[in-house]
Design a protein. Structure first.
Lengths: 353, 232
């Protein structure tokens, strides 16, 4: 059996070992099977050795208590990283006006460089990745500040080209430190860049790209199919992050256009555009649910189900909010959710069969 | 450490270095001599920068925001010379020349164009002549901004040939959006001037008092910087 490549695989393997031990105890208590003392000793030694190796290499949670503490550490790490990044941003703005231009530029470049070196050093010392996440996020914030403040200092015309180095840096840090949050940040930057370019192609100023939601569709397609071309198996949760960002980048603009036809490039009546995007929203979410079930992608199924219901509720609101009493309206929403549950449960049992 | 990690580390360092090199090279390119234009402005042509997210003393930087005006269309109902109002000379014909389609202006988000800023020129002289009373005339002579946006185009060379005086006319990047009035007439509005806020370096901050004069240069990329400043 292949050795686990990622922390997630090692953790799953540890859970299987724990479940096996519990189930073996129950089977022996029910006298379904009886193992000799030597067999018990061999199994225990093998499992102890495997768990020890996983702990050393991946710092896994060996029991429920460790797992709960790990979740707490992840939350603390994330909040701490965001707070430190914000602190760096506001610290610089507090003091930069008292520095001459050369010192300002040197400080910005120095902060970027030092934070990057610090991230690499922390990564080498940190076994479990919590401190690495902090350092990497601060490094990313320093680089964003670096470019943004240079733009303010030298009155540089705002350009979408700044998004490219930000995206590249976020991707590099994400893959170096195995951080989904920075991968998401990189995907946001590259999405904004592609959308801005799509808008510029139509003559828009790049900062107006958000006013034409269709600008986001090309980026969504790229993000969704990228993990199919480049295997992400060595990076925990990266493939799911790509797919999730791809889905959000297509469903959210569709939802906006389903209610705001004037935001479309299409040269038709706003009402017709809204109706078309509503239908497209239903079809796309349904297709994504089917794809997610077929490919065993629970992230795709859950996200698509959520948006399917949102599209449905939006349509119900358009049809009935004004004509129905409120209790009846919410009753209809609740019954629709129940119906969705029944359908999904039916689909789940068909998958198991 | 495996080879892929070494590659990633080197790539990260390269991104940091290259990006800063490109930015600084762009600044040097913009500021190469001679500047595209140099305007001698005073405190009349500036206002404080927008600071909605900062409390007092949280942002120690100082930026001066250009206060420009436009000659608004008389039938628009907008205040005269409102910088965001419909511009009298940006009618349908001029908008078409700038690439705006005439089918549905309500859905047109605007375009990035080149704008011509005029300092203390014929536009300001017209405003002075049109002053309805002595108080307004005095305000226009002594306090109001003398900076007006007087033209728009897509080609910098064409605009510079039309306005050759580089001490009176600066060409800047900006955004124009069309609006259809209630009387069905269509005018354009200036919705943004890029780099309208100019950073004040430390060496000039002591000169920025209640009254001051300031020389602002616009470079080859039409990005401004302060050449000199003096309190009056």
């Amino acid at each position: 059996m292949a050795e686990p490549l990622t922390r997630a695989e090692a953790q799953a393997r540890a859970e299987e070992i724990r479940a096996f031990a519990l189930e073996l105890t129950r089977l022996e208590a029910a006298r379904v099977v009886t193992l000799s003392d030597e067999q018990h000793r061999h199994i225990d030694e093998y499992h102890r050795s495997a768990l020890g190796a996983f702990s050393q290499r991946f710092d896994i949670d060996r029991d429920v208590r460790s797992k709960q503490l790990s979740l707490g550490m992840r939350i603390a790490s994330l909040l701490g990283a965001i707070a430190l990044a914000a602190s760096v941003y506001f610290l610089f703005h507090q003091f930069w006006g008292r520095l001459d231009t050369v010192t300002q530029v040197a400080t910005l470049i120095g902060a970027s460089g030092l934070s990057y070196c610090a991230t690499l050093w922390v990564r080498r010392q940190d076994d479990n990745g919590y401190f690495t996440k902090l350092a990497a996020l601060v490094a990313f914030a320093c680089f964003v500040l670096n470019i943004q403040m240079m733009g303010e200092i030298f009155n540089i015309t705002p350009s979408d080209q700044a998004l490219l180095p930000w995206a590249a840096y976020a991707f590099l840090l994400a893959y170096l430190c195995d951080l989904r949050l920075l991968l998401a940040a990189g995907l946001l930057c590259i999405t904004a860049f592609i959308a801005a370019r799509a808008g510029e192609f139509r003559g828009l100023y790049w900062l107006d790209f958000g006013e034409r939601p269709e600008n986001f569709f090309p980026a969504a397609i790229v993000m969704f199919v990228l993990p199919l071309w480049f295997n992400q198996i060595r990076y925990t949760g990266f493939a799911q992050t790509y797919r999730l960002m791809g889905l959000l980048t297509v469903f959210l603009p569709m939802l906006v256009l389903a209610n705001w036809g004037n935001g479309s490039y299409l040269p038709f009546q706003a009402q017709n555009i809204e109706n078309s995007y509503q239908v497209l929203g239903f079809l796309t979410t349904a297709a994504a649910i089917a794809l997610g079930i077929r490919k065993h992608w629970p992230d795709v199924v859950n996200t698509s189900v959520t948006f399917f219901i949102v599209f449905l509720y939006t349509k119900f609101y358009d049809w009935w909010w004004e004509v129905m009493p409120k209790y009846l309206f919410f009753l209809v929403l609740g019954l629709t959710a129940l119906l969705t549950l029944f359908i999904l449960r039916r689909l789940r049992s068909e998958v198991h069969v | 450490m495996n080879r892929s990690h070494q590659w990633l580390m080197a790539a990260g360092a390269s991104v940091l270095v290259l990006t800063n090199v490109v930015v600084l090279a762009g600044v040097a390119l913009n500021r190469r001599q001679p500047p595209e234009s140099v305007l001698a402005l005073t405190e009349r042509e500036f206002g404080p920068q927008w600071s909605w997210m900062w409390r007092d003393d949280e942002n120690s930087g100082l930026g001066l925001r250009l206060l420009y005006r436009v000659e608004t269309a008389q039938d628009s109902g907008s205040p005269s010379y409102d910088p965001f109002g419909p511009v009298a000379w940006l009618d349908e014909k001029r908008l078409a020349a700038l690439g705006f389609r005439d089918t549905d202006y309500s859905r047109d988000l605007g375009r990035d164009v080149l704008l011509v800023m005029e300092l203390d020129g014929p536009a300001h002289a017209r405003v002075l002549r049109a002053a309805p009373d002595q108080e307004t005339r005095q305000r226009e002579e002594q306090k109001a901004s003398r900076l007006f946006i007087v033209d728009a185009g897509l080609d910098q060379n064409t605009l510079r040939q039309r306005y050759p005086d580089r001490t009176r006319y600066a060409i800047v990047h900006g955004n124009i959006r069309p609006y259809q009035m209630r009387n069905r007439k269509v005018y354009g509005s200036v919705t943004a001037v890029r780099c309208e806020t100019i950073n004040v370096p430390l060496q000039f901050r002591g000169e920025i008092k209640k009254t001051f004069d300031i020389k602002v240069a616009f470079g080859s990329r039409l990005e401004p910087w302060i050449l000199s400043a003096g309190a009056l």
